[in-house]
Write a protein that binds this ligand. Sequence first.
Ligand code: ACM
Ligand code: ZN
Length: 765
Amino acid sequence: MQFNKFILLLAIISPLFSFSQKAPSIIPKPNSIVLNNGMFTIDKNTGIQFADKTLKPTAVYLSDCIKHISGISLTQNAGAKKLIAFVIDKSIAKEGYQLNITEKGITIKASSPTGIFYGIQSLLQTLPAIRTNAPLTVQAMQITDQPRFQWRGMHLDVSRHFFSIEIIKEYLDLMASYKLNTFHWHLTDGGGWRLEIKQYPKLTEQAAWRVDAWGKPWSWYELAFNADKNRSTYGGYYTQEQAKEVVAYAAKLHITVVPEIEMPGHSEEVMAAYPQLSCHSIFHFGQSGDFFASKMEGNFCAGNDSSFTFIQDVLTEVMAIFPSNYIHIGGDEVEKESWKTCAKCQLRIKNEGLKNEEELQSYFIKRIEKFVLAKDRKIIGWDEILEGGLAPTATVMSWRGEKGGVEAAKMKHFVVMTPGSPCYFDHYQAGPEGEPQAIGGFNSLMKVYNYEPIPKELNEEESKFVLGAQGNVWTEYIATAEHLEYMVLPRMPALAEVLWSSKEQRNWDDFNSRLQNHFVAFEQKGLHYCAGNYTVNIVPNTVDGKLLVTLNSEAWNGKIFYTTHGEEPTAQSMPYTQPILIDSSIELKAVVVVNGRVMGLKAARQIFTFHQAMGSEVKYTFPVSDYYKGDGPNTLTDGIRGTAIIGKNWHGFSGKDMVATIDMGSQKSIHKISVGFLQAYNRWIFLPSSVTIEVSNDGVNFTTIQAINNPISTSELQVFYDFTCSFASRSAHYIRVTAKNTNCPEGHPGAGKAAWIFADEIIVE
Ligand code: ACM
Ligand code: ZN
């Protein structure tokens, strides 16, 4: 009865409601949006009102944006009939805002101009993206919002390829529209020095230029080798005035620019100009541009005080340009060979009572930290700065996975998360067929969106040390503004939502739906973007001793079709509706279809080799490595063989034997067991020294079938090898495989250290 009355009431009043009310497609998603009745139109009678003088630049920013899309000049005249009011309200959280749009006007409240600025960004996302003659009408609504993390960053490497300040400003504009607040500017690296330093003119006269290898973005290493030195014409740098202009531009967008000056490694370009700062300055680095041509050293000599003088001089000029609290001092991937063979470095190790080159690196960073602290700034560095002892006040940028971040947070150091997966936006996001060449890896939009910056290893107290996260854009393969846009759109907005929106607000489908409107805006603005990852994900799962395969796709409104015998799938193939049971060997191929069209250039493909243990539960005596978990706990019984892509389909074990026990669910008659392993010499992965295969019917008493010794040489670079035993048919319910781990062999860079074991499948016939 009540219910009917309610329906009736709705029917009567419904003309008063606008049922076309639709939540705006704001990214990052605000914490709360309440839609109300009515509309407000921004027109020539609209003025901006604010009492606090510090809001003047924010008002100018909004006026400029409105003028840009409509030609309308908002007045700052108190007598304006319609008002957009900015109100400072100290009770609102830092960077948070309240945006209230009614038929009468718009109010943005925040505790600071930054919060007002973010309120403006939300408002702008409800308006047309480009110049329009249509009225600027916005739906009445109330938004209450604040960010989850304080470090919402994007990085850009301008060393491997140079990007002009116009492109940098566009990048900052994009960041601001998604409420990102930290721009990590990777200004120096082996590819070229990019900042004018008045005391060291050769940095920009020589180290900023290299041999032009247009069209071969990365192979300039090789090209430079035989280069005509007169062709060292590729490069560029920012004058100090230009860098200051970028800092000022960013400040208006409430973005802090954190400059990075690499040390003590990744400095080949410095050594090209000032070879005396390297360990063995006997190398002839020759003319500008050929700094990869000889046996190049890329490290500052840590035993030479001139290195520190140079860096301190450089940092003094850097700090005069960049007001940021943080100075990024690099610290990654220091190749220690030159230090090992340098008398000065070795003397430093002795005199300072250091144990080894790791501690020498730590000495280097701590010495620079002291200098930076004395200037009232703080250092941040890549996670290698943990090695040999972390500098007392350093913040750690965790890029080699999350491990460095976890370690640093547990030591009560601040941390910024940028794990290669999924925060490196130089990796593929789709394809890879049809995509521009990328450095490798696969960080799709959904993977970025599903990223959780607080590692699960941290408790609540430790989590507070995670300042946030950042997307990194290394530019070895990215030479143009168009390509740069393509790599960050739409991964930048996805990461922005991860960093801004509360965890409860995050929902992939909802994000993907809002994103479609942003795609329209990108197109209108002429921005290049990746429309989607159309490669179907094939996900094996074991359920009750059976192997079920789930297919999913990131494509908006995509439908999946598949075949099981290797045929090319089309929109007429089998539609995917539920997990597929694998009960025979198949070649699965799947495509996603959007609006009747097969998307992507190539179907996703997976061969499943059926056997008796497929889908069985596997238990391990020693745990599988967190980094190489394959497809999940039952990777060894999912019918999927590993490939040369080591991050996929393999279970990795480091320093421990693999002891895997399979429960086949019931007694089965078996006559052959094979266990597949990988040897990848350069990745420290070696075949086990022996593999012992046992069977049991009760899971307690096991009978050894065979112990098989490794017949393959440890010097083979890459081998896929199955340890196999055949025997007279017998019954077994359980199978136990013990693979003996080894150390890396003599002559290997890791000689004597623990090797990895990589296993992909236990095949039971
Ligand atoms: C890095 O990617 N080498 C920080
Ligand atoms: Zn040295």
